[in-house]
Ligand binder design. Structure first.
Ligand code: XIL
Length: 370
């Protein structure tokens, strides 16, 4: 063997060792996402985040943590005047121990307003919402990657014809004061990105199209007036019973990007309330929708982050929450990447493959934007 042959053979054996190491190294979804300049993570609650299998899965895959409920107003302020941040602090400490970015969720949401505040005067409500927002944002100032400032302000199925949701927030805070929420948040933590977030815009159904239009109508004047909104958060609670069109989703992303916004997928899961067949067939159908959706998202440079709502099929809110659809056969749904024991399902492979094959975002100006 001459020198050149020896070098070639050595290089080949190094490569195959490296290849073997890659094949054996456990996949980390966040590491795969980082390779394309993005972040990947999960919403969690202290009730299960530190127990197997969730704790191990978070250690392996989470680069972003958000609090499923712990930072909601109703959770912090259970009694008038008192504030309890114990759970919020726990989720924050977990994120710190994982060296994960933190998504704050959510400063103003009609469903998380303390019940006793639905009967006060507008003046009292404005005072209470302002105090809550300032206290919460200041408490974690400098440690939040993005705050969901306003959540779910649109509603297109109301009889009154408006595309803004009629709620305790619209009535007592006032829709004309929605931009003030962003201004207050920016003042309390100038480093955090600020998001408007909502659901039902991801799939190819007429009501999703109406919701996409309604969100653009809401955001356009804010962007023109320089309201400090940086991010559109798409919850992405997908459903197998709805159609999906990558073309329509990407056209919407282009419109958001033209507003100067980045996009975060904030609560991804896939409901399988209507799919039939064996568990394997159901899991394949769920995986196929994950793949189509994640492929589309990752093909767009404005998409910077992807967060799944909960971790496994054992802790998913979809089977805990009383209000959503249920399967006719009474079986629990299987909407996450991991089964009830925390084992990766086909959806995991689909998402990992999608992340692995994605292009780096912002090819031309990566250093400035990622
Ligand atoms: C859900 C939680 O997962 C449940 O535990 C809670 O009972 C209700 O809220 N959109 C959101 C999230 O913005 O805050 C919701 O979280 C799910 C829908």
């Amino acid at each position: 063997m001459n020198r050149r042959e020896w070098l070639g053979a050595t290089a080949l054996s190094c490569m195959s060792w490296q290849g073997l190491a890659d094949a054996q190294a456990p996949t980390s979804l966040d590491a795969l996402a980082r390779a394309s300049g993005r972040r990947f993570g999960f919403a969690v609650s202290p009730a299960y985040a530190d127990k197997a299998p969730v704790a191990g899965l978070l250690r392996q895959h989470a680069g972003v943590i958000t609090a499923e409920n712990a930072m909601k107003w109703r959770h912090i302020q259970t009694v008038f005047g008192g504030r309890d941040y114990t759970d919020a602090d726990k989720v924050m400490a977990l994120a710190a121990s994982l060296k994960a970015d933190f998504r704050g969720h959510t400063l103003a949401w009609h469903q998380s307003t303390p019940a006793y505040l639905s009967v006060v005067s507008s003046e009292q409500f404005i005072r209470a919402q302002t105090a809550h927002l300032q206290a919460l944002v200041s408490r974690y100032q400098g440690r939040i990657h993005t705050w969901d400032v306003l959540n779910e302000a649109i509603e297109v199925n109301q009889s009154m014809g408006s595309s803004l949701r009629d709620s305790v927030l619209s009535k007592l805070w006032g829709v004309e004061r929605y931009p003030a929420l962003f201004e207050l948040a920016r003042a309390a933590d100038p480093q955090a990105k600020l998001a408007y977030s909502d659901y039902g815009m991801e799939q190819d159904e007429p009501w999703c199209e109406r919701r996409r239009r309604a969100v653009l109508l809401l955001l356009e004047p804010w962007v023109k007036r320089m309201v400090p909104v940086d991010v559109m958060g798409l919850q992405a609670h997908l459903d197998l019973s709805h159609r999906f069109s990558a073309t329509k989703l990407l056209a919407f992303f282009d419109e958001l990007q033209a507003f100067g916004l980045t996009i975060q997928i904030t609560e991804l899961d896939v409901r399988d309330s209507t799919s039939t067949g064996s568990l394997a067939e159901r899991d394949s159908a769920v995986a196929a929708l994950y793949q189509d959706f994640v492929d589309a998202c990752l093909s767009h440079p404005a998409v910077e982050m992807m967060v799944l709502w909960n971790v496994t099929d054992a802790d998913t809110w979809i089977n805990r929450w009383g209000q959503g659809p249920r399967r006719a056969d009474g079986q629990p749904m299987r909407p996450t990447l991991f089964d009830e024991q925390g084992q990766p399902k086909r959806a995991f492979e689909a998402v990992a493959a999608s992340l692995r094959h994605t292009k780096v975002r912002f090819d031309k100006k990566a250093e400035n934007n990622v």
